[in-house]
Design a protein around this ligand. Sequence first.
Ligand code: SF4
Ligand code: SF4
Length: 222
Amino acid sequence: MKRNVSLEEISDGRLYSIHDMVKADCHGCKGCFACCCGMGNSVILDPFDVYRLQTGLGKNLTQLLQEDKLELNVVDGCILPNLKMAGEREQCAFLDRNGRCSIHESRPGICRLFPLGRYYEDGDFRYFLQTGECREKNRTKVKVEKWIATPDWKKNHDFVCAWHELLKMLECETAGQEDSTRAKDLNLGLLNTFYMTEYDIQEDFYEIFSARLQHYREEFGL
Ligand code: SF4
Ligand code: SF4
């Protein structure tokens, strides 16, 4: 989800690479779960998140939607799944009664990043530190690579860039004609190709993604 704010307003003004040290380590959150509540529909899942959830929980997207853990929303013209926030505290459906994440190993990329964000530029991205979001004031430095704890970071980086470019392309294609048949076809195609079609978790995600991306682009002439 894009945010219309300047980087200076919300960050320390620096951009970080995967090898940089950044003051993001909140030491296991110490009982705080502030960023697992009240996030609206902003914790959007990408296809790798769905693969990771399927691997960790043994459940595909359809099952997680049926269980009310996830929901679908339109974001910047695309229909995308996000973590569902519900109840009095508007809390994530994966937060347990002790205020801990019940799917820590399989948590989505946005949860892994927090309080970091991604800043996209020229087909690439770097990380920025959101200064007003995390409640822990005594955070210490940690290497970005360690913080996001995602194996094969280079492949993941390339996937994130490719996915971002595809969503940008879709946004341009559908701008101002969101109700057209073309826009609906592109959106349903995206949902089916990258989210609803179950992943074979024995296979490498990045290879599956690459094949699906090629198929999707050919099918829709992108
Ligand atoms: S606000 Fe910071 S300390 Fe609190 S749960 Fe989120 S990351 Fe952890
Ligand atoms: S998936 Fe886990 S870390 Fe992410 S918002 Fe839900 S409870 Fe919090």
